[in-house]
Design a protein around this ligand. Sequence first.
Ligand SMILES: Nc1nc2c(ncn2[C@@H]2O[C@H](COP(=O)(O)OP(=O)(O)O)[C@@H](O)[C@H]2O)c(=O)[nH]1
Ligand SMILES: [Mg+2]
Length: 225
Amino acid sequence: MNPANNNPPIVFSATFVRSLSSMEDLPPLDTVGVIGFVGRSNVGKSSLINRLTNRRHLAKVGRTPGKTTLANLYALDRGGYFLDLPGYGYMKRDKVTAGNARILASLLIEKIARFHRVLLLVDVRRGLLESDQEALFWLMDLGRPVTVVLSKSDLVTKNDLNKVRKLWENLVCRGGGIVSPQPIPLSTKTGEGLSELTGLLSADLYSPDRPDATPSDPGTKASRK
Ligand SMILES: Nc1nc2c(ncn2[C@@H]2O[C@H](COP(=O)(O)OP(=O)(O)O)[C@@H](O)[C@H]2O)c(=O)[nH]1
Ligand SMILES: [Mg+2]
């Protein structure tokens, strides 16, 4: 909430669990909850996961074309998970692979009972891309809370950032209660938005006020090797 405070107060210590290419790859999960990260490849999902966990190389940054169809699961030390979902907007010619990646992401979001929030990252330099708008509508249909994150805010002027923010605000207000009314500008370079995101995700995962909050059950923890 406080833009002057660019250091997240809480760090989500995490370890990589595994990559998933199908639902069968999903290990048993603890009962705390899952936060999903969605967005075109190269939008900054891995960089955000690394910043939130204060690890430089937990998630691979940069182009990994062969891997963008996999989901990557990270276990948080306090319980719960980050799930980096397959990117979209890539491989326009390979519709089958892109379709399969979308199906996997949809299944994971639908079938994981405690899927607490999806962060939809959009590159603020691109304005309102059709594929990003379409992703928002897709996520709204899946019925989980969605927050739009305007990534790479360090690469635009404040003026341009505000224009894009308005465009997205107008769009998300159509989402009813399940889309956060205010998109969050983010820069993994300057730290803008990290405190706000950390607060939001901590409340999602660890707030005792959550209606479905229960203590985690160590007996069902995924392997954290
Ligand atoms: N300037 C700037 N570059 C960023 C930011 N976040 C990520 N990047 C760069 O964007 C590229 C893609 O980032 P990555 O995290 O791998 O995106 P992913 O494909 O969505 O996981 C890398 O070169 C990052 O260094 C940001 O906030 N600002
Ligand atoms: Mg990535």
